[in-house]
Design a protein around this ligand. Structure first.
Ligand code: C2O
Ligand code: CU
Length: 463
């Protein structure tokens, strides 16, 4: 039958329920004796959500809100999350950036079968590394993440110098009513990035735009940690008035981060930046976005300082320069900086082309289904070069591993910058390295999820 001819995701066994290990997937881990177990339930469901004043949309959510419930645990906890699916389409959860065992990575057809309507699946992992991560559906992600199926995963370090205020800020963009993700993806030519930008015209922070954005409440003397997560499809340039430090990116701390001022921190899809600042003046201010060098009035996050009497800090919006993550911080102890010989060195040339009348996004001129998996063994050192020969940004994401950024445009990166998603702009060439230390099958793909759906993805397979 024709059904047998197209088997990208085989149907799950009827016994597959919460907690059972589906056939063909890696066994899930068990808590160690004495390890604290933190349990959560995330229910995928429909919801109506007011994005902007007067703009309520039918969305898909985990637990009824956009973003879904924040999963916050302590380093060392054993985390068990049961996904229940009350939508009428299959879903999964992928723990973006977190080095989970393969069976919990949430990639349908690769690490598990998608969770069908009415079914459940339990994700389990030991939260051994701290930092800011996020979760999202990986089933038809360009559609499902777009409709709201995402949330934050924060792992507090065991010895956490708790800041006075700790805010998670998830960025996203939406299409105003009338358009929908399916038609944008299918019928509008994906080559027309401008048309995409025009359609996605509502910008949100934690699911809210403009006047609906919740002000951050602080007081004089507070240390404030801001955890920025980009769950959308375009980059945002964040402008923080006053002095601040970028203390970590993609969950990994930056060694000796210098104090910054008048710099715009660009956050690409999939990336995270943790910023720390001190409230040194009794005046309110706002964190805003300068996208494509233009002030974006929908992404203004008011910061209220108690006792300010409504007085506003004077803010300079001109003469801002771009923050350069790869020239920030200092070298730190790193095994990857010392590697002499890589078991695998692979160059991925990123581009797009027309396939008939369809725009596809390519790695070495091929789309996902034509690309062989990259083969590695446990313990191998792997070097990947991303070369963007196209005309649009490609934030490249590697599942299951942290990588170090070694070079940009032929110049060695001196600081030790560990990431899971790295922005590769048109004309740029970025070299990364990681150690194959997490057996399984993993995805490498562009986190502009329309590009991934359009072909820009490849597998990494342990032999
Ligand atoms: Cu956040 Cu494969 O993705
Ligand atoms: Cu891309």
């Amino acid at each position: 039958s024709t059904e047998e001819a197209t088997p990208p995701s085989p149907s799950p066994s009827p016994e597959a329920t919460a907690g059972t290990v589906q056939e063909g997937t890696a066994a899930l881990p068990q808590p160690k004796p004495g390890q604290a177990v933190k349990g959560f339930t995330l229910t995928a469901m429909e919801s109506n959500w007011e994005l902007a004043s007067g703009a309520t949309q039918a969305v898909w959510t985990y637990n009824g809100t956009v973003p879904g419930q924040e999963i916050r645990v302590t380093q060392g906890d054993f985390v068990r999350i049961t996904l229940k699916n009350e939508l009428n389409v299959p879903v999964t959860i992928h723990w973006h950036g977190y080095p989970v065992p393969a069976g919990s990575d949430g990639v349908p057809g690769v690490t598990q079968e998608a969770v069908k309507p009415g079914e459940a699946y339990t994700y389990e992992f030991s939260a051994d590394v701290a930092g800011t991560y996020w979760y999202h559906s990986h089933q038809e992600s360009s559609v499902q993440v777009d409709k709201g199926l995402y949330g934050a995963l924060v792992v507090e370090p065991k010895q956490f110098e708790q800041p006075d205020k700790d805010f998670t800020l998830i960025l996203d963009e939406w299409m105003s009513e009338g358009g929908d993700a399916h038609s944008a993806h299918g019928s509008a030519s994906m080559s027309d990035e401008e048309m995409m930008a025009a359609m996605y015209n509502i910008y949100t922070v934690n699911g809210k735009s403009g006047s609906l954005i919740t002000p951050l409440e602080t007081k004089l003397g507070d240390t404030v940690r801001l955890r920025f997560i980009n769950a959308g499809y375009r980059s945002h340039g964040i402008h923080i008035p006053g002095e601040f430090r970028v203390v970590s990116t993609d969950g990994q701390d930056i060694a000796e981060p210098a104090t910054l001022q008048n710099q715009i921190v660009t956050i690409a899809p999939g990336e995270r930046y943790d910023v720390e600042l001190n409230i040194v003046s009794p005046k309110d201010f706002a964190i805003d976005a300068h996208d494509d060098n233009k002030y974006n009035d929908q992404l203004v996050i008011p910061v209220k300082v108690s006792g300010s009497k409504g007085e506003e800090m004077e803010v300079q919006h001109d003469h801002l320069t771009a923050f350069d993550l790869l020239n920030y911080g200092k070298p730190a102890e790193s095994e990857l900086s010392k590697v002499q010989k890589f078991a695998l060195e692979y160059t991925a040339v990123l581009n797009s082309k027309m396939n008939g009348n369809q725009q596809v996004y390519t790695i070495n001129d091929k789309v996902f289904s034509e690309l062989p998996a990259l083969q590695v063994k446990t313990g191998d050192y792997v070097k990947l070069t991303f070369e963007n020969k196209g005309t649009v940004d490609h934030p490249m994401h590697v599942h299951g591993h942290f990588f170090q950024v070694l070079e940009k445009n032929g110049v060695k990166v001196e600081s030790t910058i560990m990431k899971d998603t790295v922005l590769v702009k048109p004309g740029e060439k970025i070299v990364i390295a990681f150690k194959a230390d997490n057996p399984g099958n993993w995805m490498i793909h562009c986190h502009e999820l329309h590009h991934a759906a359009g072909g820009m993805a490849q597998q990494l397979a342990y032999t």
